[in-house]
Every structure is written in C-alpha cells, then in structure tokens.
Design a protein around this ligand. Structure first.
Ligand code: V47
Length: 361
C-alpha cells in the first residue's frame, strides 16, 4: 500500500483529521473494501451502531422554476404541460391526510422558484400548517429558496429566515448545495444562489438557532478535487457553527435532464466510495444519510457498511428525482426500512427531526 494510504488508515484509527491531499488520494484509490473498513471505523467512533429513520412526507408546492438547472428534471417553465402549482388548501389537505398516521413527525417542504408567488404566500402556508398541525416538524426551504425569497421580497436573507422561523419552520433541508464551486455552478445552475451564498445562508440559519442539513450532488461535471473542496467547505462551516445535522450525497440521475445524452448514471462503486470518503472527511458530522430514494434500497443498505448511519424516511411521494428516472419506489413502509437496517446487522432507531430517539427497535 502507498505510504499516503497507510498514513490515512492510521489517522482514521487515531481520529485525526484528513487533509485535502489525503481525501484526493482516497478518490484515486479503488480498494473499495478497504475504504469501507475505514468508513466503518469512523462511523463506529462518531455515531455507534444505531441506524436512524423517520416517518415523513414530502410536499413540493410547485415545479415551476426560474432557475432551470441543467441537472434537474423536476423544474419546468410556467407554460410546460407538466407544470403544477398547489394552493395553501391543497398543501394543508395533503399534510392532514398524512398526519392521520400518528407516527408522522415531519413535513419536508421544498419547491421550484416560482416567478410570481410573493414571499407572503410561503409564510402563509407555513403559518397554516403550524396552526393546524402544531406537533409536526416543518423542515422547509433550502438555502437556495431563502436566497430567492430575499430577492423577491427585498428583505435581507437574515430577515427572511427570521420571518420563516416566526411563521413556524423548525429546520431546513440540505438541498441546493450541489457542488460548492463557482465553476460548476456557472455551468449548471447560474441562476440560483452561488456557493458563497449557500454557505452564508446556512451560517445565518445556524446562528439563528435553526439546524440545517448539507448535501452534495455528484457524478456530473465536477472533478474529484471539487468534491473534496465541497466536503472541506462544509467541514469548516460545521467547525464554526455546529449547526449541520446530517450530510447526504445525491448521485446524479441524468434522465430527462439537459445532460441526459452526455452523462451516465453513477456506478455503485462510485456511490459507495463517495459515501465512505464523505464519512471520513466529515469528521465533525454525526450523521451521514444514505437516501434510499436516490440510491435505491439495496444500495442504501450496502451504504450502511460504508459510513452511513441514517436511511432517511418513509418519504411518501418523492417527485424530484423520480422526474429524473429514479428506479426506487416513491415511498416505503416503516417495516421495509426496519428490515433493511436489521439485515445489515445494525439497530433500527426511529428518530424525530432533531435526532431525538423515539424508539429503539
Ligand atoms: O437540491 C435535483 C438534487 C435535491 C437531481 O435534507 C438531483 O434531509 C440527483 O434536497 N439527480 C433535492 N439529484 C432533494 C433534497 C433532499 C432530499 C432528501 C432529504 C433531504 C434532507 C434533502 O435533489 C436538490 C438537488 O441537489 N437533485 N435533481 C437529479 N437529476
């Protein structure tokens, strides 16, 4: 084994932080079983044997989006045949229907950047959901949406966050980070928040007491170096604020996107490598999520041996990645999640949205 790889193994065993060069050396290594072992060592130290899941529902208020990112098959123009919008009443009805399940704990709310809706509409939706379902955690709006709300309302991003907190959001999901590189964003998503803006909004949210998630969309035009820089940018912000709850890596799904004929779906090899490297680089993140919707359940289960300690939730009605050809189902029962965790030899734990334990199974 190369000396650099040998040194990395020692560092991980001793709990010492890896450098950018070491992260890159891991991406350039293809000893997947060894990488899995390293990630497993780090995972055991940081988060133990529990694997978390929750009971949640996604609500996407609209797919009409002014950003039209090249990697996205969900967003569309106002006059597209696929375009839809939801009224506040419709969102409430969906939420109430899901809340008939007494185990439902979280609504995950993200949407396209609608060209005409005012910020007040989003506040109104959140206020009504909170009023009708005060026991449900509202994980709503990415940093990209916060940046857009600031633009359409003329408010600062800090004021937008304050207004949303007053209306009832409890945390923010990790989407919209994509790759935190201006080069990549200029090519793929020039019309939305820059890398610096995404990070600065996450920082502001953490300072206001909101926990947020972080993510990375990989397997498109980014280099390994850009993946590592992305992970290090998140690690540095986490050192500063401690406000990230979970990291999630999203394998790019090309179907129905502008990149469809140029890029193929990531390999399982890359999915597991990226999961393992994320775990060992992000030494200050307690939770690394294997999002079964994007990975498929069998790969999410394998990912539990490559650093992951969370498998996301029951989801019900995922739309974003299914628009891009995802092969997983759109939702899963709790029993399916629990069985997959047990089959991997780990302990299933139902959690709430702040990682408080509801039930150890
Ligand atoms: O921000 C969009 C990604 C994200 C594609 O925080 C794509 O707990 C793959 O943020 N192929 C939205 N990925 C999903 C999201 C999320 C999901 C589950 C849990 C959490 C959480 C957050 O999906 C987007 C973008 O990065 N995405 N298009 C695509 N074609």
């Amino acid at each position: 084994m190369d000396t650099i790889l040998y040194g990395i193994e020692h560092k991980i065993r001793d709990g010492v932080r890896l450098t950018k060069e070491e992260g890159l050396a891991l991406f350039n290594s293809n000893d997947l079983a060894w990488l899995g072992q390293l990630a497993d060592i780090a995972r055991k130290k940081i988060s133990g044997e529990y694997v978390y899941y929750n009971v949640n529902r996604h609500i996407n208020l609209t797919n009409i989006c002014t950003a039209r990112c090249k990697f996205c098959a969900f967003g569309c123009d106002v006059d597209s045949a696929q375009a839809y919008t939801m009224t506040k009443e419709k969102a409430l009805a969906l939420a109430k229907q899901s809340a008939q399940d007494p185990d439902l704990r979280e609504l995950h709310i993200v949407s396209g950047l609608h060209p005409e809706w005012p910020f007040e509409f989003y506040l109104d939706v959140i206020r009504s959901l909170k009023e009708e379902l005060p026991h449900i955690h509202l994980k709503a709006f990415t940093s990209v949406e916060i940046s857009y709300f600031a633009k359409i309302s003329g408010k600062s991003t800090e004021q937008v966050l304050r207004d949303l907190i007053a209306a009832g959001i409890d945390s923010m999901p990790g989407g919209g980070a994509e790759i935190l590189s201006d080069r990549v964003r200029e090519q793929l998503c020039p019309k939305k928040a820059t890398a610096g803006e995404w990070l600065s909004i996450a920082r502001q949210a953490h300072k206001l007491g909101l926990r947020t998630n972080a993510s990375m969309l990989y397997g498109h035009i980014e280099t390994f170096e850009e993946r590592i820089d992305h992970l290090i940018a998140l690690r540095e912000l986490q050192d500063e604020t401690g406000g990230f709850q979970t990291f999630i890596c999203f394998p790019f799904h090309p179907a129905n996107t502008e990149l469809e004929n140029k890029i193929t779906r990531t390999s399982v090899w890359d999915d597991l490598k990226t999961m393992a490297i994320s775990r060992v680089m992000l030494d200050n993140f307690k939770n690394i999520k294997a999002y079964w919707i994007m990975l498929t359940l069998p790969i999410a289960q394998l990912a539990l041996g490559f650093g992951a300690n969370d498998i996301d939730g029951t989801v019900s009605e995922e739309k974003i990645v299914h628009a891009a050809g995802a092969k997983s189902s759109r939702s899963l029962s709790k029993d399916m999640l629990i069985n997959s965790i047990r089959q991997a030899g780990r302990i299933p734990v139902e959690r709430d949205s702040k990682y408080n334990i509801i039930k150890v199974l």
